[in-house]
Ligand binder design. Structure first.
Ligand SMILES: [Zn+2]
Length: 353
């Protein structure tokens, strides 16, 4: 029987909020969702989830696929929930991507939580079963594994690839930051523009050319192959509590900005209602900082995916160390509230085709 636990949580702005959760009842199954996990453990759990017989089997067909291989030879996995008995022509997909930036562990945990939630919840809500869901839990496996190496690598952001030129600079300067590319600056949308340096020894290095990286290529190929079905693409990051629309490079806005904003406001309203957490809505250029070559800008501009969002999750304000090394309690609250926000989004999208 489903039991709901009621947790009282003191939100960051001092409000007392109530989060209803049943995750202890019907999720977990031996995998500790309440703590950060290594890449290997996550992959093991994803395989288990894809293969096990769960109550969602009536609604979805589950599969774990690889979108490509990284520089160091790891798989870039995507977990697919494809609705059974659906009209192929009307199929629409929500794509959620996590872990583009290695140190943002809360992002990875959030995707794993949502996958578990859809796979093992005993009653799949209508808003969830309206769409196919594809979640990419660790877009940057090499970087993520590197952040687990030791305390000096914990704040790594990029992937771990390098060109001959980069290796030469690295050997000259003996500086680790000269290795790797920022995956979320590597897309062909104002590539190398504001906030995306073209020289390697920066943590936001855009790469030697657009789509030079296996991770960005893998995502681009997947989104391009499925562009007519993808209704929304959401890139989850930490931190700052911002729910952002395109674009990052300038004040330019997508033609469907009003509709994207309408849905964003409903998503953040749902989060505030349940947790007291306040998210700001606006373009990443206007409310964060100028950035170029991001996946959501590219997906909006080049593929015309109707809804694309870059979400910076909890906490709202913190030093870099505190912000990227959120405590497990904050991580769990984030997982639950983001899932609520995404379900609110799913229930308010306009599905024209
Ligand atoms: Zn990020």
């Amino acid at each position: 029987m489903l039991m709901f636990l009621v947790l009282l949580i003191f939100g960051q702005n001092g409000l007392i909020s109530t989060v209803y959760t049943n995750y202890k009842e019907d999720l977990g199954n031996g995998f500790d969702l309440e703590h950060f996990q290594t890449f290997d453990k996550i992959v093991e759990e994803l395989k288990e989830l894809a293969n096990e017989n769960t109550t969602d089997n009536k609604v979805f067909e589950k599969s774990l696929i690889s979108l490509g291989e990284t520089f160091e030879g790891r798989e870039i996995y995507a977990f697919k929930f494809i609705r059974k008995n659906d009209n192929e022509n009307k199929r629409k997909t929500m794509v959620i991507e996590c872990g583009a930036h290695a140190r943002e562990w809360v992002s990875v945990s959030t995707c794993v939580y949502i996958i578990t939630r859809i796979a093992r919840s005993s009653n799949t809500a209508n808003t969830v079963s309206k769409y196919d869901w594809v979640l990419i839990p660790v877009l940057n496996p090499d970087g993520y594994v590197y952040t687990w190496k030791n305390s000096t690598t914990r704040m790594w952001r990029k992937n771990r690839s390098f060109t001959e030129e980069q290796m030469k600079i690295y050997l000259e300067q003996k500086d680790d930051v000269c290795i790797g590319v920022d995956i979320n600056r590597n897309f062909d949308s104002n590539w190398g523009g504001p906030g995306a340096p073209k020289t390697p020894c920066f943590t936001m290095y855009a790469g030697p050319k657009p789509f030079s990286e296996n991770e960005s290529k893998a995502l681009v190929n997947f989104l391009t192959d499925n562009k007519d079905e993808v209704i929304a693409y959401i890139s989850l990051h930490t931190f700052g509590q911002k729910w952002m629309t395109p674009f990052g490079h300038s004040k330019e806005k997508p033609t469907n900005l009003n509709e994207m904003e309408r849905v964003a406001l409903l998503s953040v309203e749902a989060i505030k209602k349940v947790s007291g957490l306040v998210y700001t809505v606006g373009s990443s250029h206007d409310i964060m900082y100028p950035n170029s070559g991001s996946s959501v800008d590219w997906a909006s501009k080049t593929l015309s995916i109707p809804y694309t969002y870059l979400v910076e999750m909890v906490p709202k304000n913190a030093t870099l160390e505190v912000g990227f090394m959120a405590e497990p309690e904050l991580m769990m609250e984030n997982c639950k509230t983001i899932w609520i926000g995404l379900q609110a989004m799913a229930s308010h999208l306009k599905n024209d085709s």
